[in-house]
Design a protein around this ligand. Structure first.
Ligand SMILES: *Cc1c(COP(=O)(O)O)cnc(C)c1O
Length: 394
């Protein structure tokens, strides 16, 4: 990226961007947000407890059919707390997608555990479950009832699949591997609230699911995250650790190191209003995706976004594959004030994680070179979609 600042800097989520420009993905405030925030201000419930926090937790949990929801200050905090709640220990290894935003790998490092990177599969760009299986069956062995990575000698204890771009990972074979090898499954569903895998909601397929309510996600709370789970012990542990691990709130007794990962009532108020809009947001995202696919279908030099048979995606960011350079295309679109963005640098190429073990990696590298995400805000109009498509064609 040369003449174009990193996407996140040129158009902060929430900022409209330069006048007349089309941003990648910005929030859409269209319901009871004002009313609920005003209620917080009027009642003085502005901080980290309050009725909207509880309501937000139950509305997200209910939406995915989970028994418990625990709100956190960000999606990254949700991932950190999920790993702790699931009992992942320092020096354990966690199998995570190679092609993802960096947050899940960082969360693994926060607890002193190590990521093992699993390449994407070329068809739908999600974690390659065959490579995961190959690693578990040939790269690991059982020693004293622990699953040990032969290469590092460390214990492998969890899988962290990331449902990227609003499309689910092939979870049934992954869950079967998890059962066979006694691994916890923590889903990073931060880009996939509302997506389904064979009719089941993403984020409610493994042991714990994590969501983000950052400004560029499916819905926003300004910022924030949540874990959802059916496991009462995990939920209680997540609540405890995310609220400073307080064992006695009068005497201030703490038996463990906790975190201040609480969501405020004001943020939750925005989140509650956005949850009411979620069904229409999902409908709109799907409409945007099918419009792009229809208009780009017969355009040479590019491939439209794929969808697996098992998936009802939410199309967080509609993404195409270019035969030529995606960076070139991105720069040309930027000149027409249209913000597009390549996919993330695969984690095995990231300077922070270059010494980390990776299974495969070529597919993620190829996708990083060729994929380009197009504007996908819920507020994107049909006229803007046509404008973007003709800019791409030209
Ligand atoms: C956005 C995102 C996160 C982190 O969410 P924050 O709320 O920004 O901390 C984690 N994982 C993935 C894959 C993401 O896209």
């Amino acid at each position: 990226m040369t003449d174009f600042a990193p996407a996140s800097m040129s158009f902060e989520p929430g900022a409209a961007g330069p006048k007349g420009s089309i941003p990648l993905c910005v929030p859409h405030i269209a319901g009871n947000e004002w009313e609920y925030v005003k209620e917080c201000l009027d009642t003085n419930w502005v901080s980290s407890v309050g009725p909207f926090v509880d309501r937000f937790e139950s509305s997200v949990a209910d939406f995915v059919g989970a028994q418990f929801g625990v709100a956190t200050s960000s999606g990254t905090a949700a991932l950190h707390i999920a790993l702790l709640a699931a009992g992942i220990q320092p020096d354990d290894e966690v199998l995570v997608s190679d092609l993802t935003f960096i947050a899940p790998a960082n969360a693994i490092r926060y607890i002193g555990a190590w990521p093992i990177l699993i390449d994407a599969e070329p068809n739908y760009w999600q974690m390659d479950v065959q490579k995961l299986s190959d690693f578990l069956t040939t790269g690991c062995e059982w020693t004293n009832r622990s699953l040990i990575n032969r290469n590092t000698g460390r214990r492998v204890t969890a899988i962290l699949p990331v449902h990227i771009l609003g499309h689910p990972v092939d979870m049934d074979p992954l869950l079967e591997l998890a059962r066979r090898f006694d691994l916890r499954v923590i889903e990073d569903a931060t880009e996939s609230l509302g997506a389904k895998y064979k009719g089941r909601p993403a984020g409610h397929l493994g042991d714990i699911g994590c969501f983000s309510f950052n400004g560029n996600k499916i819905i926003t709370a300004g910022g924030g995250g949540m874990i959802v789970t059916d496991n009462q012990e995990y939920a209680a542990r997540a609540k405890y650790l995310s609220t400073q691990a307080k064992d006695d709130s009068i005497e201030y007794i703490h038996n463990e190191v906790g975190f201040n990962y609480r969501l405020t009532n004001v943020q939750a108020a925005i989140g509650c209003a956005q949850m009411e809009l979620l069904p229409t947001f999902i409908e709109r995202k799907r409409h945007i995706a099918s419009s792009y696919s229809k208009l780009l279908e017969n355009v040479g030099g590019l491939t439209t976004m794929p969808r697996a048979d098992w998936a009802d995606p939410v199309y967080w960011l509609y993404t195409i594959l270019t035969d030529a350079s995606s960076r070139d295309c991105m720069r040309k679109l930027a000149k027409k004030s249209i913000q597009a963005r390549p996919l993330w640098q695969p984690l095995h190429l990231s300077p922070v994680y270059e010494s980390i073990q990776v299974e495969g990696g070529n597919v993620a590298e190829d996708l990083n070179k060729r994929a380009l995400s197009l504007p996908s805000s819920v507020s994107l109009t049909d006229v803007e979609i046509e404008e973007i498509v003709s800019a791409i064609i030209s």
